[in-house]
Design a protein around this ligand. Structure first.
Ligand code: PAF
Length: 284
């Protein structure tokens, strides 16, 4: 496989994207913060199948990290990421040093969705995500951009901003990639000690408990939340941030699993914050 072309400049990336569009090539885009794992690779493989050209961005976006979060220690294995991209047939890696002018004054916020679930625990996080994704989509100008369902709130916010700002790009949601035992893949899993790794699996177990209960006919949100809470509380190093049963479009709390429903968990295992979710569509 030929090496991907690495582009650092936003202007150069934009010019290349324009040129590709002029020659009628479709662009599939996978935005990442690097530390690529099998989850990212499944997005890249799908982008490869569905487009003429694949662009992967690698940029640890400072504006989506809070002051006490892991921005400085976030893994940055660029050479390993590049090798994975080469093996997957990626054409371009967009790896800007920064995407923000020192006096940046323009931020993108998506009303009504940013101050719920993740947004409550990570104030400003989604403003950072929405802004960087808007910038990346404006620079790369893809036909399709691929996002994992593990970050369900991020996916929803990006779908809404792409529609509201007429960015002309199709957002393609992709299933959460999981380890063989069910743990959702995440670059942050690499922070877990073996004991934390075992305890983290309770998040998946709690969600699967919920899935089974709903199949058996239990739709009451309080009962389901209680059962999931019991499973999580058995882990000594796991601290629940939230367990939520919400409308998948508005993220408003629900009393019952009815309609299009997102069941989401965020928890700290040791010092590592993990999220996962399942979705029910149109349960009567
Ligand atoms: O999901 C991520 O890795 C990031 O939030 C994204 C979409 C690349 C924006 O920085």
């Amino acid at each position: 496989m030929p090496e991907p072309v690495v582009i650092e400049g936003a202007g150069e990336m934009q010019a290349r994207a324009r040129e590709l569009a002029r020659t009628g090539k479709s662009i599939g885009f996978v935005p990442t913060m690097g530390a690529l794992h099998a989850g990212h690779m499944s997005l890249i493989e799908r982008a490869r199948r569905e487009n003429d050209v694949v662009v992967v961005s690698i940029y640890v976006n400072p504006s989506q990290f809070g002051p006490d979060e892991d921005y400085s220690r976030y893994p940055r294995p660029f050479e390993a990421d590049k090798a994975l991209c080469a093996a997957a047939g990626v054409d371009y890696i967009f790896a800007p040093k920064t995407l923000y002018a020192e006096d940046v004054r323009t931020w993108v916020t998506v009303g009504g969705l940013e101050d719920k679930l993740e947004g409550l625990s990570r104030p400003g996080h989604f403003r950072g995500v929405a802004t960087v994704v808007t910038k990346l989509l404006s620079i790369v100008r893809p036909d399709r951009a691929y996002f994992g369902r593990k970050d369900a709130q991020q996916l929803l916010i990006i779908q809404v901003l792409t529609r509201d700002l007429d960015l002309g790009c199709q957002i393609v949601p992709c299933e959460t990639a999981r380890e063989p035992d069910g743990l959702a893949m995440s670059s942050r899993n690499s922070y877990l000690t073996p004991s934390e790794r075992r305890q983290a699996l309770a998040i998946h177990r709690a969600l699967e408990y919920c899935r089974t209960q709903v199949k058996l006919g239990e739709l009451d949100a309080m009962k389901l939340l209680g059962g999931m809470g019991d499973i999580l509380s058995q882990q000594p190093d796991l601290e629940v941030d939230y367990i939520a049963i919400v409308d998948a479009d508005t993220l408003e709390d629900l009393r019952a699993v009815q309609g299009d429903v997102l069941v989401a968990i965020a928890a700290k295992v040791g010092k590592t914050r993990l999220i996962d979710n399942i979705r029910f569509e149109e349960v009567a």
